[in-house]
Design a protein around this ligand. Structure first.
Ligand code: AQP
Length: 342
């Protein structure tokens, strides 16, 4: 059976990177897979979260899933802390994963920064919890943005080591699904940095709940360069911008990639449309397509968050279903490990 698991942290505003890199793909996969979509609140607290804000953002991510088109009847939607098996398996994986593996994780280095000694130990073992999130359902495929690639490699290593250490064939070796036209959406202020919820500048990202005016203003003020937009020679045989172009003109590459992804067209088509034009033309067209794609979703999200009964009932139902799926797997693992269940 092909099973999808993926999640989003309720640690900040949902943004265009989350949408194009992850949530939009979650929606598309519902027809072909058995899908489990989680709001990973336990991951969120690896960095400080105000409790009331965390509750609010958990509802907001859930509303984002629903507004984007995830069907809670076919897919399972829940928040991680409601299913204890995630943390139970994470502890087992803390004892499987090697410290050397965790030391190589670039996300820990980025997030801990210079203050490594003061980072929470949860931030350090974050990838083990992520492996547990996925493997507690024996998920086979994980749709994510490009930034999660290294964590998924660790998930594969953990599964393999567990299977080898105990001489079992318990966990599948998961396949990352890093797909879509925009697997790494960059900041509007600095095309070399990922668009991120933790960026101190709200102008660096388009939030899914931004209204038309905010979207227009952010795109208008997005960093640009002084050259005209390029011709098709900057698109490689894989249909993506060449590395040279992305490095030389990161902002042009980012805005055009977002435009093509939102419009649902090939990058080469978007390049042809703007060849020889200036940023002003691109920004205007991008504003129109962003408002048209996000406007309805943002309004739906706000409506659902304001009347949270529906969102809460979806999370409750999802947690029950997730619990039922995870329970036999955690029991199997406990038996393999040798935990007595008297
Ligand atoms: N910029 C991005 N481009 C493409 N995909 C992205 N994702 C995140 N940023 C981008 C994908 O969204 C999913 C959820 O990621 P997360 O839970 O790590 O969400 P986040 O905390 O909102 O990620 P951010 O914004 O990058 O926050 P930071 O880095 O501040 O924690 C994942 O599939 C991710 O790949």
């Amino acid at each position: 059976m092909k099973r999808i698991f993926s999640g989003v942290q309720p640690s900040g505003n949902l943004h265009l990177g989350n949408y194009l890199g992850a949530i939009r793909n979650f929606v598309a996969l519902q027809n072909d897979f058995d899908c489990i979509y989680c709001v990973v609140d336990q991951h969120a607290i690896t960095l400080w979260q105000e409790p009331e804000v965390l509750r609010q953002r958990t509802r907001e991510v859930t509303a984002g899933y629903l507004a984007a088109g995830i069907d809670p009847k076919t897919s399972v939607i829940f928040n991680q802390s409601q299913v204890a098996a995630h943390s139970q398996l994470a502890w087992v994986f803390n004892c499987v994963a090697r410290i050397g593996w965790l030391n190589r994780m670039t996300q820990f280095k980025d997030k801990a920064g210079k203050n490594r000694e003061k980072a929470s130990s949860g931030l350090y073992v974050y990838p083990n919890l992520m492996a547990a999130d996925i493997l507690v359902y024996k998920a086979t495929h994980v749709p994510v943005g490009e930034d999660q690639k290294q964590h998924l490699e660790l998930t594969r290593d953990v599964a393999q080591k567990f299977n080898n250490d105990y001489g079992v064939d318990c966990f599948p070796i998961v396949e990352p699904l890093i797909q879509g036209a925009a697997t790494r959406v960059m900041s509007l202020r600095d095309g070399a940095k990922k668009m991120s919820s933790s960026d101190a500048s709200d102008a660096a990202r388009i939030n899914m709940t931004d209204d038309a005016d905010a979207v227009a203003k952010k795109i208008r003020r997005a960093t640009s360069d002084s050259e005209f937009l390029p011709d098709a020679s900057v698109v490689g045989p894989d249909g993506q911008f060449t590395a040279e172009f992305r490095q030389a003109r990161p902002e042009a590459a980012n805005l055009m990639t977002i435009f093509a992804a939102l419009k649902g067209e090939e990058l080469s088509q978007a390049v042809a449309e703007f060849e020889g034009k200036g940023f002003a033309d691109l920004k205007k067209a991008l504003t129109d397509v962003a408002v048209a794609s996000l406007g309805h979703m943002g309004a739906e999200m706000k409506r659902m968050v304001n009347d949270s009964h529906y969102v809460d009932s979806v999370l409750r139902d999802g947690a029950e279903r997730a619990q039922a799926l995870a329970e036999p797997i955690i029991k199997e693992v406990y038996d393999i490990v040798g935990f007595l269940r008297p």
